[in-house]
Design a protein around this ligand. Structure first.
Ligand code: IPE
Ligand code: MG
Length: 250
């Protein structure tokens, strides 16, 4: 399926789009199905959205697939999500590779609760696709922005303690270089499905000036057309990065 791109300005495509996948459980509940059925249905939504990103020309797409808080869910659901994340990587990686997608992961990978199989398959997918540059697809997995920033602070403190840098030289760029993916650009647009209007600890550093978009649909109903709508809405926003609004004079 191909999108009608005439509704968007090719000069103002967001470079980095963040996706907070939300509403899988509710989608399943509405159908009398177990929550896991909602996650299964969410896969198609995610990969259709990836195809949309490729068509539209988005360069970075980061999907929040498992948060540092998701461990609190029922053991069964956590186990399912671990299995599903891993299974999806192995099933999808060749197709993504062929499309020129570079797969990357952002999160606390040192967490002993992450099964070794997941770690292995993430490393393999990363390695296989390392040479691609059409789209950077980042899976925020066991991700929490506060932890990411705390880890960056710890890394900088370590270098200072070892005498490798003076505390006075620490600036925003240095913090950024210590985040999980140093070259990750700021988010231009964050989309959270299901009508919830929160960032929930997602890429807080990168979202500083992001435009936020909250479609009411549940994640399994999201697709490339919904992404295009989001980009069209983004293009109507007046991004000022802290400068004053421009009013016509006279
Ligand atoms: C998002 O859907 C799935 C994950 C990020 C794991 P939810 O599982 O949060 O669905 P709701 O909010 O319960 O409907
Ligand atoms: Mg939710």
């Amino acid at each position: 399926m191909t999108l009608d791109l005439s509704t968007v300005d090719p000069e103002r495509i967001p470079t980095h789009v963040g996706l907070i996948l939300d509403g899988n459980g509710r989608w399943a509940n509405q159908r009398g199905l177990p929550r896991t059925a909602g996650h299964l249905a969410g896969e198609e939504a995610l990969f259709d959205t990836v195809e949309g990103a490729l068509e539209i020309g988005v360069s970075w797409l980061t999907a929040f697939t498992f948060s540092t808080e998701n461990w609190e869910r029922d053991e069964e659901e956590v186990e399912f999500l671990m299995w599903f994340n891993e299974d999806l990587l192995t099933r999808r990686r060749d197709e993504l590779h062929t499309q020129g997608v570079r797969m990357r992961f952002a999160g606390d990978m040192s967490d002993p609760r992450i099964p070794d199989r997941n770690r292995k398959h993430m490393a393999e997918a990363e390695e296989l696709t390392a040479g691609n540059d059409r789209l950077q697809l980042v899976f925020a997995f066991n991700y929490g922005a506060r932890r990411e920033i705390a880890e960056a602070a710890a890394g900088i403190a370590r270098e200072a303690a070892e005498g490798r840098l003076e505390p006075d030289v620490v600036d925003e760029d240095m913090v950024r270089r210590h985040l999980y993916i140093p070259e990750m650009p700021d988010l231009d647009l964050v989309i959270r499905s299901s009508g919830e209007m929160r960032l929930s600890n997602f890429l807080l550093w990168h979202a500083a000036y992001a435009e936020l978009y909250f479609p009411g649909i549940l994640w399994p109903d999201f697709d490339r057309h919904a992404l295009l709508d989001a980009v069209a809405e983004y293009q109507t926003r007046d991004r000022r990065f802290g400068s004053a609004a421009d009013f016509p004079s006279g």
